[in-house]
Design a protein around this ligand. Structure first.
Ligand SMILES: [Fe+2]
Ligand SMILES: [Fe+2]
Length: 369
């Protein structure tokens, strides 16, 4: 589900501009009074509140201060949209604990970047409720994930060492059979590729453990899971987030994430065969209909087959702004009914029983979350 950003501002032009900048990424809700915002927050808590210079007939500074004290809005980050630089207003806001101020004219891209940063920071603060070893796995994996994105943006090859360390923390959580709370907590994160990759990494590490592979190998396959879609970081964002059907050319470009992922992995230095297989073969299908190489049957070993199952399962059960996730059970049913011949249907029930043993109760497998 999309996160909601609430806007409180009398000025129609500002409201329109802010809405225009944000609505591709967030659900935007405009309010004319604090009461209306608080009422709406009881139904759907906004992830961010933007407050302009005047709200109704009250100064925005006073409104922002009151929202910050309102118990139903505690913890929601607030951005004050100022008409001009004003030291007095800045001091008043700082005293009320509101540190983020943007001065008009507002740059759309900057606003979007600010919103993303504040919302993400708030989500990650929620991780503090987890036991230390679970929190460690999340903090370390998001740090390396962001680090990989930064390295690629700067034309540098990421290093495998820190990725393996972060995945070792994840494997420790797997060993304690404590994956449920961790996976629950990351569901609301707004970096969808991270969430997808983390779920994939956790599930493939579980699989490795269940077939008796030792910890170092569990860590390796977890690295493969975390990096399996690293090639997606080279695909333009508008394509990754496109909600309409892709054109054949766009589809080809999307598929290229597998080969660019493998190239990036090679540039990162030596890696195990398992990691290479996960990156290169998670879209291959047993009947040869997959990509990029159209491998089939015996050309795909158990790890490649499990990677394909996990990728489809995660895709069907991941939360995305434009679709309702399937419950794990509905996903298993759909895979068994519509992907026979493509996926290994002997491994599929094994994966389901691993999830039942380590992650979900029977009831949770039936519920979409
Ligand atoms: Fe992929
Ligand atoms: Fe994937």
């Amino acid at each position: 589900m999309r996160k909601t950003v609430a806007i409180l501002d009398n000025d129609v032009h500002t409201r329109l501009q802010l809405t225009h900048a944000l609505q591709g990424t967030y659900r935007v809700d405009a309010h004319s009074s604090m009461q209306s915002l608080v009422g709406a927050a009881q139904v759907e808590r906004p992830s961010l509140i933007l407050v302009g210079a005047t709200v109704g007939d009250i100064a925005g500074v006073a409104v922002a201060r009151d929202i910050n004290r309102e118990k139903r809005c505690v913890g929601i980050p607030i951005v004050y949209i100022a008409d001009k630089q004003d030291t007095r207003i800045r001091e008043q806001l700082t005293m009320a604990g509101i540190k983020t101020i943007m001065v008009k004219p507002i740059d759309d891209k900057l606003l979007l970047a600010f919103a993303g940063k504040l919302i993400t920071a708030e989500i990650e603060r929620g991780w503090e409720e987890l036991p230390r070893f679970q929190r460690k796995a999340l903090e370390e994996t998001i740090a390396v994930f962001n680090g990989v994105a930064r390295d690629l943006a700067n034309g540098r090859a990421p290093e495998m060492g820190p990725i393996a360390e972060a995945c070792s923390a994840l494997v420790d959580v797997v060993a304690q059979k404590e994956l449920g709370p961790l996976l629950d907590k990351i569901r609301s994160h707004d970096n969808f590729t991270y969430v997808h990759s983390m779920r994939f990494a956790a599930f493939i590490a579980l699989f490795a453990r269940s077939i008796g592979l030792p910890k170092p190998m569990q860590v390796q396959v977890a690295c493969g899971g975390l990096l399996h879609d690293v090639g997606m970081m080279t695909i333009p964002q508008h394509l990754v987030n496109k909600q309409d059907a892709l054109t054949p050319a766009e589809w080809k470009q999307m598929q290229s994430h597998v080969e660019s992922g493998s190239r990036l992995l090679a540039a990162m230095g030596p890696s195990s065969k398992g990691v290479q297989i996960i990156l290169a073969q998670h879209h291959e299908r047993l009947d040869g209909s997959g990509y990029p190489r159209g491998l089939k049957g015996d050309q795909l070993n158990e790890l490649a087959r499990m990677a394909a199952i996990i990728d489809v399962f995660c895709g069907l059960t991941d939360r995305r702004p434009y679709k309702t996730p399937l419950s794990p059970n509905a996903a298993f049913e759909m895979m068994a009914n519509t992907m026979a011949g493509k996926l290994d249907l002997d491994l599929l029930p094994k994966f389901r029983s691993i999830l039942l043993e380590y992650v979900y109760t029977d009831e949770e497998l039936r519920e979409a979350s």
